[in-house]
Design a protein around this ligand. Structure first.
Ligand code: ADP
Ligand code: MG
Length: 253
């Protein structure tokens, strides 16, 4: 049975997409069958795995709004064992179009139930908001990974995210767990980064992954080549740490 993991934080630029793409690709690299689901209208995870958005005929929008089956929209990617359900800018309308529909929060869950058995992991990349798309992701998931950028105000906004998780647990998905908190974009040359690590650990204790993602230029270059880091530069520090994270996620069960 596939484990469904949402990567969520309503803050933009904290490393959600980088983590979705590279955790997904590294899980595939170590032999897992992985489905990456892009539910951000910006479609950065989609292009990050080499799918040309202009050539996408049907995307997650059609699944959520028009009841197209998930298996109809799954595409192979530039990485073996890694498949994706793409998002295009069409998805921007879904947040509003879904409002009056029946069971609007459980549409992604229903759709993924049909394909769950074919994968070991399903990773969902969220938009930077706590709207209906993120609610669909949390409702569909076994757990959530929260990327936190090692910057000033790292913890700001997390109360809101944790409240949303609690509401989802209460009303929509009582089995939802916090899989882990991932520290991202650490600049080891500054004290600030280390202070943030301490602060986040004080708050989340053993929920914080041992693997910490440093700033790595290769990680920021890879998306423009449509390749996860493991394909773009498998010897880079970025590839190493996301491989470590993948192993940590597998060993956590
Ligand atoms: P989000 O999806 O939360 O908005 P992204 O994953 O798109 O965040 O990251 C924001 C920007 O930071 C992107 O340009 C990305 O390439 C870059 N980035 C993310 N993680 C790293 C990292 N560890 N090192 C360097 N650049 C990074
Ligand atoms: Mg993103």
């Amino acid at each position: 049975m596939g484990k469904i993991i949402t990567i969520a934080n309503q803050k933009g630029g904290v490393g959600k997409t980088t983590t979705s793409v590279n955790l997904g690709a590294c899980l595939a690299y170590i032999g897992k069958r992985v489905l990456l689901v892009d539910i951000d209208p910006q479609g950065n995870a989609t292009s990050g795995v080499g799918i040309e958005k202009a050539e996408v005929a049907q995307c997650i929008y059609d699944v959520l709004v028009d009841d197209v089956e998930a298996k109809e929209v799954i595409k192979p990617t530039s990485v073996e064992n890694l498949y994706a359900i793409p998002a295009t800018i069409q998805l921007a309308g879904a947040e509003i179009e879904l409002v009056p529909t029946i069971s609007r929060e459980v549409r992604l869950k229903r759709a993924l139930e049909e394909v769950k058995d074919q994968f070991d992991f399903i990773i969902i990349d969220c938009p930077p908001s706590l709207g209906l798309l993120t609610l669909n992701a949390l409702t569909a998931s076994d757990s959530v990974v929260i990327p936190v950028q090692c910057e000033y105000y790292a913890l700001e906004g997390l109360t809101q995210l944790l409240n949303t998780v609690r509401l989802v647990q209460k009303h929509l998905n009582q089995d939802l767990k916090i899989e882990g908190v991932l520290l991202t974009m650490l600049d080891a040359r500054t004290n600030l980064g280390l202070q943030v690590i301490e602060e986040v650990k004080k708050y989340f204790h053993d929920k914080v992954y041992k693997t910490i993602i440093p700033r790595n230029i290769r990680l920021s270059e890879a998306p423009s080549h449509g390749e996860p880091i493991i394909n773009y530069d498998s010897k880079s520090r970025g590839a190493e740490v996301y491989l470590d994270l993948a192993k940590e996620v597998v060993s956590n069960g």
